[in-house]
Write a protein that binds this ligand. Structure first.
Ligand code: ZN
Length: 308
């Protein structure tokens, strides 16, 4: 009888263990990638991917929204998130300062404009004007420099101010600034409210311009190699799926912007083929050095990860 009790107990324990393991395995097979983003059209590929993978059995995206680049960067640099959709120059600076991150894809292609007050007739009129950018470490800074050099001017000929993106359209309307270049849809917003007009689109200044990147921490890539691979593949697929209608749908879901603002803005941007090529990156690194954003941008081989 004692033997029978022991045997039953053993069977129960075995069953519980097996059942327990089975449950653990099922939940372990789905891995979540925590991605920081700002509610801008430049992060739509990450937002679309989160929607597309919502019911995926292997990898899902947990989006963490931030209100500014410095806040997002803090979270990325301190490892509170696994990755981010971020201005590539900010990520390059973090990398140069020793933060373990890799750029695994572009955020988008094109998609920036320089908006100026209606009385600015040409690039030459920018002399002596006040132009806002979101951050010194940005392609917006580079594009303003490119615009000035087109007309034989330099950054010393204008006043550059750093301003929060959300404040730029109203600052232009109020005449506090004469123009700005920033992540979308804030350029489109300035146009939509009649505060200004487009002086240059990014492709008129810098063909195949690079702006935002999707980055992952080295820690995440090293410890979750398979998930990182699935995540990056899913991200590129999501980018390729962002046609005009899908982009508008996702933008409306996450950005809380008016239809006409999105309609103007989404004409300027695309999300297909988001791999970062060496040629694109080297052109960016050259501009970063030329315009004084950084003397030592990270090498492509150290910073960009395409093979998983
Ligand atoms: Zn961008």
């Amino acid at each position: 009888m004692k033997k029978f009790v022991q045997l039953t107990t053993l069977l129960i324990i075995t069953a519980l263990t097996l059942f327990g393991c089975g449950t653990a395995k099922a939940s372990e097979s789905v891995e979540t990638v925590k991605i920081a983003y700002l509610p801008i059209t430049h992060s739509l590929a990450a937002l679309e991917e989160a929607d597309e993978l919502a019911d995926n059995e292997n990898v899902r995206v947990e989006l963490v929204k931030y209100g500014s680049w410095p806040e997002l960067l803090d979270a990325l640099n301190s490892g509170q998130v696994d990755g981010a959709s971020v201005l590539i120059e900010l990520a390059m600076k973090s990398k140069a300062e020793g933060v373990g991150i890799k750029a695994v894809a572009l955020g988008h292609k094109d998609g920036n404009v320089i908006v100026v007050s209606n009385d600015v007739k040409s690039g030459a009129d920018l002399k002596g004007k006040t132009i806002a950018i979101p951050h010194r470490q940005s392609s917006h800074n580079i594009l303003v420099n490119d615009a000035l050099s087109k007309d034989g001017l330099s950054i010393d000929d204008i006043n550059v101010v750093e301003l929060a993106p959300t404040e730029m359209p109203s600052a232009l309307a109020a005449g506090t600034i004469d123009g700005y270049c920033v992540a979308e849809p804030f350029g489109a917003m300035g146009v939509s409210i009649g505060a200004g007009k487009v002086l240059y689109t990014s492709e008129e200044l810098w063909e195949d311009s690079v702006c935002c990147a999707l980055v992952l921490t080295d820690d995440f890539i090293e410890n979750h190699k398979d998930t990182a691979k699935l995540f990056v593949e899913g991200y590129k697929t999501a980018g390729n799926n962002l046609d005009a209608d899908t982009a508008k749908k996702v933008a409306k879901e996450y950005l809380n912007q008016k239809d006409d603002v999105l309609d103007i803005s989404l004409k300027w941007i695309s999300y297909d083929n988001l791999e970062i090529t060496k040629e694109q990156y080297e052109e960016l690194a050259e501009k970063v050095k030329t315009y004084g954003l950084s003397d030592n941008p990270p090498a492509y081989e150290d910073f960009v990860e395409n093979d998983f």
